[in-house]
Design a protein around this ligand. Structure first.
Ligand SMILES: [Zn+2]
Length: 244
């Protein structure tokens, strides 16, 4: 069977045998896939670059219809992203994005999602504004996958929210709630909501944020209520508390 060719980025790897690894990849044309890379752990292996998370490149893969694990036939490294490790916050954000993709991604082709993830990982490698960049990558990914919070209408009464109005945030309801509906918890002003909307639509690109800590806390509340399904994200606490 001919090998399929697509772009891919490494989300996670784990050893399978002494010389072999299983890599979980986000591909441009086939969604999230697991491949077995024979010999990857041997010195000078052509698959050695796969062992670094967030590396991208072109892969050739032989799909097997009857299995979830496919065979990697080739890997041409595009960009390695060891620079992400220079900032703990950037590394935590990149890892959290990878976890979210592994948890929620499908096998459908998703060029927009792939582009947003690569944009985010490139910007984290380049080192500017790790909070805004990671949050932009994560929120735009959640939006593409249908997990964006509702910010234009109150999730309880359905009333349109005025741009300058202060609202609450209802994680379980998946969005903002107006003052009349007496939401508990965090208060969000218009500036914060505009930033949140921008992050969701950013494709991974946004300027510095007014209150990055509040953004990280809101993301945590949203992930726990809407996405994690009682399986906590391992990178979440690190992303919340690590130095930028
Ligand atoms: Zn309301």
């Amino acid at each position: 069977m001919a090998a399929a060719d697509t772009r891919a980025v490494v989300l996670r790897t784990h050893p399978y045998s002494e010389s072999t690894v299983i890599a979980r990849l986000l591909t441009e044309d086939f969604g999230v896939r697991s491949v077995i890379a024979k010999g990857a752990r041997r010195p000078k292996s052509r698959f050695g670059a796969l062992l670094e998370p967030f590396t991208d490149g072109r892969i050739q893969v032989r799909f097997r219809d009857d299995r979830d694990l496919h065979t990697l036939a080739g890997f041409d490294v595009g960009r390695s992203r060891q620079g992400i490790g220079r900032s703990l916050r950037a590394f935590a954000g990149a890892s959290l994005l990878a976890e979210i993709l592994l948890r929620t991604g499908t096998e459908d082709p998703h060029p927009d999602l792939y582009a947003a993830v690569i944009t985010c990982y490139d910007a984290l490698t380049d080192g500017s504004e790790p909070d805004a960049v990671a949050l932009g990558g994560i929120w735009s990914t959640l939006s593409v996958l249908g997990f964006a919070p509702r910010t234009d209408q109150c999730i309880r009464c359905g009333r349109d929210i005025d741009p300058g109005e202060e609202t609450g945030f209802d994680p379980a309801g998946g969005g903002v709630a107006c003052a009349t509906c007496r939401p508990r918890g965090r208060r969000l002003d218009g500036v914060f909501r505009r930033e949140l909307d921008a992050l969701c639509g950013s494709g991974g690109r946004i300027e510095a944020l007014d209150d990055p800590r509040l953004h990280r806390e809101l993301l945590r509340a949203h992930l726990i209520a809407q996405v994690d399904q009682d399986r906590p994200f391992r990178s979440l606490d690190l992303f919340l508390d690590s130095p930028a």
